[in-house]
Every structure is written in C-alpha cells, then in structure tokens.
Design a protein. Structure first.
Length: 386
C-alpha cells in the first residue's frame, strides 16, 4: 500500500509539474493600456512597374527598396519606394547567382545584409549582399528516425515530430547567426486532433545558419485553445523579434500579445480585442483530414482572428492586423506604441503591414493575376512619428 501511495504521489507531482510548466509560459503581467490618438489613416496605393513575373509571391520591404519575391520563378524583383522597377536577381540554375531549387517558401534579410531563402524541402539558401551564393544547407533536425516512440512521443525531445508551418511561414533572424521559424506536428499520435497537442506542442524552432542544425524547439500555444476541444484550423500564430532577441507573439484566437526574452521567459502581455470580430469558431465534428480541410477552406475565412504582427523598433510601434469575418466589408488594424493601443482602424480585406520606407509604412501585396497587377498600400503616421 505504501508503495502504491508513493507512486501516486510521484505521478501527481509529474502531472502537476507538466501543467505548471505550460502555464509558466503565460505567467506575466498584463500592461494593457489604451489611449486612442488615431481614428483613421489615409491610404495611398502604388502599382509596381510591370515585370516578367509569375505573380505568385510576396513583398519584403527593405530600407530603400520594395522586393517582390517570385516563389515560382525564384527571382527577386527590386522596386523603388514609388514602385519603379530597378533590378532583378537570382532565378533557377546552377550559377553563383542562381537558386538551385524550384520553389521559395519564405525569405528574410539578415542583420549583416545577407539574404536567406528557405524552400519546400528543408533547403536553406544564403546569398551575400551582391546576390552571390554563400552556401546551401539542408536542415538537420538531429534525428534519424521519424517515429521515435510512436505511441507516446516527446514533444520537447523528438525534433522530427515537427515540420515547418507553411500556412504562416514567417522567419525572423536573431543576433546570433540563427533564425526562428514556425513549426507544427503531423504525427499520428501528436497532432491538432489531440488535447495534449495544444498544451505540449512546441511552436518554434531555432535554426543555426552555420551548421544547418535545428538546435532548439520552444514556445507554446495560447491557453485560449484549451477553451475548445479542437480548433486546429485556427492554431496558427504570428511573431516578430527585436534587436535584443525579445519575441512578440500573437495567437490567432487570443486578444493578448505575449512578449518573451531570448530564453523564452515571459516578460509581459498587452493587447485589446479587435472591433466587430466574429469569433464563433467551429470545432472539429469528427477526426478526419477532409473535415479539417473543409473547416480551413470554408469556415476559417468566415471568422474573425488575429492575422499578423510587425514591430518597428526605431519608433516603438507594433501593428497587429486582424480579420473581422465574412459579415464585414473591412478588416482591422491595431496600432500600438510603447505597448499602448493608440489606434484601431478599418482597412481593406487581407491588409497587413510589411515594412517602412521613410515616411511610409507599406502593406503586403495585393495581386490581380487577371490584369497582371501588383498593388501595395502605404500610409504615414505623422502624429506619432517625429
């Protein structure tokens, strides 16, 4: 009997420790404050000069240039701040200034000015500031067997449980020649259909750009997900990073923004709910990929959720875009300065903020394939930027 009681105590302690470890990731002071100064912004639109592109891609805003990353042609088209075409780089081939794979999933510019691209097959490509290839890497997840302990996998030890999160494939560089990228699990016994997944699944990986090794997996999904049985079609997040490697994370169904230090210790939270959001999230009715895809393709676009965040350290401004839902003709954009909400405005559907070229903040690309047009919006915030 004593032995049984001892085992029960140990088991209870283990479970309690696991629960405490989860909630520790969200145990921080909420410093939310609201002082509305901005009721609307004047959106100007620019059309990028016509170039020979597939029109499948995204924009990246640099200090004085707009890059259009063509994902299919594997080219980078450079434009001036008014949309005038300047140059094009890369393309598919074996030359020193070409891309050796056939698709670009994501891109970021590194602090030293080099260019990082990641493809669809764990392939990583580095080019210098002159667009000359520096190296090619294949991500090393440091595991030779994918199904280690298949029935009871360890979400913190078995890196090969995870793959890259392509739905919202944001990559951010740290100050240590590493990048942070989003991950999720498709494992048979550890995936968005399991309750355990929402508590124990990691959401980020740290990739060493020197070795190509995934050296760490970390981060957790918001406790808001525990209020539902299964909402895997909303289990995404957005994040950004500052020069001190502090990480800002926004989960799709949580009104708070969580801030962590470079060891992923919680620092504080802030944030307010968006306006007029339809948050009637539909849960899984049955555990099938077909049903999940139906919810993703049909129900997800009809609901309101927090989309992307972008932090501009020089002005201490953070933008969070959000979806309102099918009932609304607009989406929303929140503007925080020094963690204080100073604006919550209506913006066009699918509007996100991608970068800053003085004096304008620029949106993501609005691509019209039928007429071959790539449009961006831009706006100024003279009342809060000196």
């Amino acid at each position: 009997m004593k032995k049984t009681i001892f085992i029960l105590i140990i088991s209870t302690c283990y479970i309690g420790c696991k629960v405490d470890d989860y909630y520790r990731h969200f145990d921080a002071d909420n410093i939310s404050e609201k002082k509305i100064q901005i009721e609307t912004v004047l959106l100007d639109s620019i059309i990028l000069d016509s170039v020979n592109t597939s029109h499948v891609g995204f924009v990246s805003i640099q200090q004085d240039s707009i890059f259009f990353i063509d994902q299919i042609l594997c080219k980078v088209f450079s434009f001036g701040y008014n949309g005038e075409a300047f140059s094009e780089h890369l393309g598919i081939g074996r030359g020193p200034g070409e891309f050796t794979h056939d698709y670009i999933e994501t891109y970021c510019k590194l602090p030293n000015g080099d260019h990082l691209f990641i493809g669809s097959s764990f392939d990583v490509h580095l080019f210098n500031q002159n667009w000359e290839r520096l190296k090619r890497l294949t991500m090393d997840w440091q595991s030779s067997v994918r199904d280690v302990h298949p029935v009871n996998p360890s979400p913190e030890e078995h890196f090969m449980l995870y793959t890259m999160e392509y739905t919202k494939f944001i990559v951010r560089p740290t100050s240590n020649n590493e990048v942070i990228l989003p991950i999720f699990s498709q494992h048979q016994y550890f995936n968005p259909w399991t309750k355990r997944y929402y508590k124990e699944g990691r959401i980020m990986a740290l990739l060493d750009l020197e070795s190509g090794k995934v050296t760490k997996i970390f981060g957790r999904r918001s406790p808001e997900y525990l209020n539902f049985e299964f909402v895997g079609h909303h289990s995404f997040f957005s994040f950004d990073i500052d020069s001190n490697d502090n990480i800002y994370i926004a989960h799709e169904i949580d009104s708070l923004i969580y801030v962590y230090d470079n060891d992923h210790n919680p620092l504080y939270t802030f944030g307010f709910s968006g306006k007029n959001m339809d948050t009637g999230y539909q849960e899984f009715a049955n555990f099938s990929m077909e049903h999940l895809m139906k919810l993703y393709n049909e129900d997800r676009p009809a609901r309101g959720w927090y989309n992307e965040i972008e932090y501009f350290e020089d002005h201490d401004i953070l933008f969070r875009s959000y979806k309102k839902g099918a009932h609304s003709q607009n989406d929303g954009l929140q503007i925080y300065q020094n963690n204080v909400l100073i604006g919550d405005i209506n913006v066009p559907k699918d509007f996100t903020v991608k970068g800053y070229i003085e004096p304008y903040f620029y949106s993501g690309a609005f691509i019209d394939v039928q007429i071959g047009e790539i449009k961006l919006y831009r706006f100024e915030l003279p009342s809060v930027i000196n």
